[in-house]
Design a protein around this ligand. Structure first.
Ligand SMILES: [Zn+2]
Length: 324
């Protein structure tokens, strides 16, 4: 069986899956990234874990390539560009390191772009030529597929919707700007909305964190599902900011579908309904009825692995087409 490896490098955990062309994860492992130990130690672990997976498969698989998903992964340069926040070199040549060791092709993408390719091959955008995938996690990532291909831009950084301005002079963002979309439309943004309401004098026993714990988006979701009005309003506001920004984005890109994925998308209708409402209310007439918003059908657990593996499957497909 031919497989590609999907490798998701996160700040806390790194996951590896062998994925066949049909999108089945036939082998899986994970280990702690432990950035403080240095990138040499990390790659030693990564190579070891992949080698063990190959050995365990007892020749039943043939590894055709590796797709890596990482924050700031540069598809064009084969590097992780901003791994300095992990304490690693500025431009880490992740593809060279793996290609030299395993003698198979490797590509790296930023995690939101990988998620978009995963949706295109295995998820809620199969056969869709023009769509946007929005990852609602700690931040907001986006991957754009136009005419059946991932939009990369001049330097491979196209699709940073999370850092476009949603509210002028609004909340401070970790990027240094103010009012970025992700400061409102993300798990962190939802929590900030609730905390602002609490500061404004409204509070609810549902939302008091237990024992010094932090308020999380999951807690807000639980409270909203139990009928807590402040939590429901926080979802409303999140969906409003997101929906309006998506209406602008539709005017730029004319997608036929928008797929929501990531932890916060699991809140289901709580986030989907207000997003749809405010998107539709702000669409130019010409786009009405031509774009649908849906929540990814790929489980959260698998999506990073499938996305990363899918980038390599997609690449292999491209290579075949070019060869014919
Ligand atoms: Zn920002």
């Amino acid at each position: 069986m031919i497989v590609t490896a999907g490798i998701d490098i996160g700040g806390t955990e790194t996951k590896i899956g062998f994925v066949n062309r049909e999108g089945e994860v036939v082998a899986f492992t994970s280990f702690l990234t432990n950035p403080a130990a240095g990138f040499e130690a990390f790659f030693k672990n990564l190579k070891h874990e992949i080698s063990v997976m190959i050995e365990n498969s007892q020749s039943s698989i043939s590894l055709a390539g590796m797709g890596i998903g990482a924050p700031s992964g540069s598809y064009k340069n084969g590097t992780i560009e901003d791994s300095s926040n992990l304490g690693w070199p500025e431009n880490l040549p992740v593809c060279d390191i793996l290609e030299n060791h395993f003698q198979v092709p490797a590509i790296v993408s930023n995690d939101a772009n990988a998620a978009a390719v995963g949706e295109m091959l295995y998820g809620s955008a199969k056969g869709v030529q023009n769509f946007i995938c929005i990852t609602l996690g700690t931040g907001l990532g986006s991957g754009i597929v136009a005419n059946g291909k991932l939009l990369l831009g001049a330097n491979g950084h196209a699709g940073e919707l999370g850092h476009t301005i949603a509210v002028h002079g609004g909340r401070e963002c970790r990027c240094g700007k103010k009012g970025c979309l992700e400061t409102y439309a993300s798990a962190t943004g939802l929590v900030r909305t609730v905390l602002e309401s609490v500061q404004n004098g409204k509070s609810h026993p549902f939302l008091i964190p237990k024992k010094n714990g932090k308020l999380t988006a999951k807690m807000v979701t639980k409270a909203a599902l139990a009928g807590d009005e402040m939590s429901i309003r926080a979802f409303e506001k999140t969906g409003e900011v997101l929906g309006k920004k998506l209406a602008d984005t539709v005017a730029l890109l004319n997608p036929e579908r928008i797929v929501l994925t990531g932890g916060l998308s699991r809140a289901g209708d709580l986030i989907l309904k207000p997003t749809k409402k405010h998107l539709n209310n702000n669409l130019l007439t010409v786009y009405r009825g031509s774009v649908d918003v849906t929540i990814s059908e790929i489980s959260n657990k698998k999506s990073a692995i499938l996305g990363a593996a899918a980038t390599m499957w997609f690449k292999l497909g491209e290579v075949r087409e070019e060869t014919i």
